[in-house]
Design a protein around this ligand. Structure first.
Ligand code: ZN
Length: 254
């Protein structure tokens, strides 16, 4: 809620004063969310399809990158391709492939549509005149995401990589990332209770790492963030540790 407010100086100042008063600490500085979340404020350019240049700060997985654009960071989901998830076969290979090509470099970003349901800008990325999604498909390290992007060229690149058994196509019957995600969601439903939907969920805990996140943190919706808490105290009582960046930037433990 806070991060969705426009950060005009006057509003930011008032907001800052309110937050400081509520928390009773002089702790909140210019950032209200975790790094990577700051871009979630209103940005008139966010839905524009005009290409822009940005620096690649991090490669989350083969199809998701964190970019820096004139200060605020931006999460980008590559348009038209679906790379294996990090925990999936070839997921790390896809991530390494993308890192090797773009990490720390300036890339050309062409937005394709407004943000996806995870708040990521969906865009193509070009580096050195080459399209990153096409490079991934050509290397056999991603699937053409035909459900969201019909493209003869992407379909052809996938067919060629498959015929040549490049990358993940060396496997007899590789699992598509969307099938893999769905299978995991199904497993999650049967093996553990669903997240509570009643009451206010301010924090979510990663059931694997036992680290919990504030709702303003980009990790709040992580795949393993299945545990929900109304307060940081509840999370700690359940054996979870606070995420360092969350603590530093957006909340203070009771
Ligand atoms: Zn966090």
């Amino acid at each position: 809620m806070l991060s969705a407010m426009p950060l005009r100086p006057s509003r930011a100042t008032i907001l800052g004063a309110i937050v400081v008063t509520l928390l009773g600490v002089g702790f909140v500085t210019s950032q209200l969310g975790c790094p990577g979340e700051k871009d979630e404020g209103q940005d008139k350019r966010r839905n524009s399809r005009t290409p822009f240049m940005a620096k690649v700060l991090a490669v989350t997985d083969g199809d998701t990158l964190r970019l820096e654009r004139e200060g605020p960071t931006l999460k980008v989901r590559l348009h038209g391709v679906d790379a294996p998830e990090r925990a999936q076969a070839y997921g790390q290979a896809a991530r390494r492939f993308v890192s090797a090509r773009v990490l720390g470099k300036r890339v050309r970003v062409t937005p394709k549509k407004k943000r996806d349901r995870y708040g990521r800008l969906v865009a193509t990325i070009a580096v050195g005149g080459e399209d990153l999604g096409e490079l991934l498909l050509n290397a056999g390290l991603a699937w053409h995401y035909a459900r969201y992007a019909k493209s003869d060229k992407l379909a052809r690149l996938q067919r060629e990589a498959r015929a040549a058994k490049r990358g993940l196509w060396a496997t007899a019957s590789p699992t598509a990332p969307w099938d893999w995600r769905r299978a995991r969601r199904g497993k999650a439903k049967t093996s553990r209770p669903p997240p509570k939907t009643t009451g206010k969920v301010l924090y979510r805990g990663n059931t694997r790492s036992k680290i919990f996140h504030h709702k303003n943190c980009t990790h709040f919706t992580c795949a393993n963030c299945q545990a929900t808490f109304a307060s940081a105290g509840d999370a700690v009582a359940a054996g979870y540790r606070p995420h360092r960046r969350c603590v530093r930037h957006s909340f203070r433990l009771p």
